[in-house]
Design a binder for this molecule. Structure first.
Ligand SMILES: Nc1ncnc2c1ncn2[C@@H]1O[C@H](COP(=O)(O)OP(=O)(O)OP(=O)(O)O)[C@@H](O)[C@H]1O
Ligand SMILES: [Mg+2]
Length: 220
């Protein structure tokens, strides 16, 4: 599987629909380009996380297609999906999945080893976790753990970052510093950011804001 990024969007969504107990969205079309960031807002239960999961290879749509780096993801083999997940996409959840007994550095190294990259010291600096990098994760504050998990995702050097309320439990200043880090990362690495947030101030720091409403993605 050779990943070539040419004159194509990093994410291309065509006619995407999904329902659970009710129709969440129907006939969505949109694309996300290198160095582009979009924020998605919308009421609780409108389907933002579901949409993010579908784009990030984690959940199948009812119909429509998702292309990541020009790969039609729901037609790929398990192994190809694994490769794409490991090398091309980074997913940031609100609750972080770190090994509590290991240090922050060891947690980040676990990801870089798999991806064949190195810890990016600059990312640690922007996220203000350089001084706590050798502490056990279990001894860190919630917000520090959140920033370590973001550093871990970015250190894999993904092309597309999916972030589901990454600043949900952070104070305003720390939330802004996380968005700084994400924006700077996509700019320097030609990556793209798909950000779900409830916070309009945070959403405004993306280039484009969508609202998931009445089963459609509306430009806000
Ligand atoms: N795996 C699933 N199985 C069944 N129903 C699901 C599943 N995932 C999500 N849903 C349902 O889909 C709807 C949308 O959920 P989703 O988590 O996408 O909303 P959201 O917009 O992210 O909300 P919030 O802002 O509260 O995080 C909810 O009614 C939820 O119960
Ligand atoms: Mg959600």
């Amino acid at each position: 599987m050779k990943i070539v990024i040419g004159n194509k969007p990093l994410v291309e969504v065509d006619n995407l629909s999904k329902a659970f107990d009710y129709q969440l969205f129907e006939g969505l079309n949109f694309s996300l380009w290198s160095k582009q960031s979009v924020a998605v807002m919308g009421r609780s239960g409108s389907g933002k996380s579901t949409l993010l999961h579908i784009l990030a290879t984690l959940q199948k749509p009812d119909s429509g297609s998702v292309k990541l780096l020009d790969f039609d993801i729901y037609t790929l083999s398990k192994r190809e999906i694994e490769l794409l997940r490991r090398n091309a996409i980074g997913i940031i959840f609100q609750s972080h999945y770190l090994f509590k007994g290991m240090t922050a550095r060891e947690n980040i190294e676990a990801a870089t080893l798999l991806a064949g990259t190195k810890i990016d010291e600059e990312i640690l600096e922007i996220l203000e976790i350089k001084d706590i990098i050798n502490k056990r994760v279990g001894d860190l504050s919630g917000g520090q753990q959140q920033r370590v998990s973001i550093a871990r995702v970015l250190s894999k050097k993904p092309k597309i970052i999916f972030a589901d309320e990454p600043t949900g439990n952070l104070d305003k200043e720390t939330a802004n510093l996380v968005i700084d880090a994400l924006n700077q990362y996509i700019d320097r690495n030609g990556a793209a950011l798909f950000l779900v947030t409830h916070d309009l101030e945070i959403a405004k720091r993306a280039q484009k804001i969508y609202q998931l409403e009445n089963k459609k993605l509306l430009i806000r």
